[in-house]
Design a protein around this ligand. Structure first.
Ligand code: AQP
Length: 332
């Protein structure tokens, strides 16, 4: 029988704000699905976060917090490699090489670059532009097969595939070509402007529900969610607010649209919004409890960071030395 290679899953989250239910439903919640059958690496991508100006102390604090959330959401640091991007220098080293195999025109077409440069007019830095190449390096460094992501990252993953295929075509097979993994909930919209993605860096607190928001805040935010002038709970064009709440409710309860429509027939939006808040809070409550316990043990988190950075570096070095050899760098 053919000896099958155990496949690898990689994903990352930026510590660029307090994580939202968008990050949770689009990415984090799916991470633990893979841990039994795949080699899993889940990274806190702090180097990506500085493409937008961060307060140093806050960035440091959030790095610990995201790592603690990974564990609170059920990831075991003995089973999966949970680590911090800046602790593994090979990410930046591979990114430089891949920069030289990525076209200016390709990066100019990235919608996240266009959105973020519009939001940060005074800081359209080169890192914001080459962000997708660092993301390609994150993924390709570990010969990743599958990348659980939200829909907003799909374009970056397609670019990663193109870069890998281009490099492979020039130098023979070097990188595994990764596939995206997306589920329903892959795009959760803002509660204040339901045609816009929910983002952790949104300045409007009413637009986002945070994983760590207390139950009454969660319910209050859902009750304030922008909807429409009708009263019927159903998914339709022009009802983006209600459609978004239905997606969120469906993710937390497993109910299909028809069941949700039947459940809230004739009761109006208020009751529906409260039910969405209750369902969300019920799933997040035990995570918050575990999170608080884990976060209070800083030395435990530091040992996780250290041990896992070593494991990640070991794998990363293998790919990087192969790449360096192929492009013609000398070795000492
Ligand atoms: N609204 C969303 N719905 C579903 N998935 C989402 N993700 C982000 N927002 C949503 C997914 O979460 C993962 C981590 O995202 P990230 O930290 O790498 O950065 P991002 O995609 O830019 O997320 P944010 O929340 O919008 O951060 P900021 O505000 O800092 O830019 C990714 O898999 C992403 O798809």
């Amino acid at each position: 029988m053919e000896n099958e290679r155990k496949k690898t899953v990689f994903s990352g989250i930026q510590p660029s704000g307090n994580l939202t239910v968008g990050n949770y439903l689009g990415a984090l919640r799916n991470f633990s699905e893979f841990t039994d059958k795949y080699n899993c690496l889940y990274c806190v991508v702090d180097q990506h976060a500085i493409t937008v100006r961060q307060q140093p102390a806050e960035l440091r604090r959030r790095t610990y917090e995201v790592l603690a959330l990974y564990i609170a959401c059920g990831l075991d640091p003995e089973q999966s490699i949970l680590y911090v991007q800046s602790h593994v220098p090979q990410h930046a080293q591979l990114a430089w090489v891949l920069d030289c195999y990525t076209m200016f025109g390709e990066l100019s077409r990235m919608t996240q670059f266009k959105d973020k440069s519009a939001k940060n007019e005074n800081n359209i830095n080169a890192g914001l532009f080459t962000y997708p190449v660092l993301m390609a390096a994150d993924i390709l460094l570990y010969q990743t097969d599958l990348v659980p992501i939200g829909e907003d990252q799909k374009q970056h993953l397609e670019l990663t595939r193109d870069i890998a295929a281009r490099f492979n075509a020039v130098y023979s097979d070097t990188f595994v070509i990764p596939e995206p993994y997306m589920k329903s909930g892959a795009k959760i919209y803002s509660l204040a402007e339901p045609t816009k993605k929910m983002s952790k860096s949104d300045q409007n607190e009413n637009a986002v529900v945070r994983i760590l928001d207390p139950k009454d805040t969660i319910i209050k935010k859902f009750r304030r969610a922008v909807t429409d002038s009708e009263t019927e709970v159903r998914r339709a064009e022009g009802k983006e607010g209600i459609s978004n709440l239905m997606t969120i409710y469906s993710c937390f309860t497993g109910k299909k649209d028809e069941e949700i429509e039947a459940e809230f027939k004739g009761v109006g939006y208020g009751e529906f919004k409260t039910a969405v808040g209750e369902a969300c809070a019920a799933e997040l409550e035990p995570i918050q409890k575990r999170y608080n316990e884990i976060l209070s043990d800083k030395s435990y988190l530091e040992s996780v960071m250290k041990n896992n950075a070593e494991k990640a570096s070991y794998l990363a070095r293998k790919t990087l030395s192969k790449v360096y050899r192929k492009v013609g760098f000398t070795t000492l």
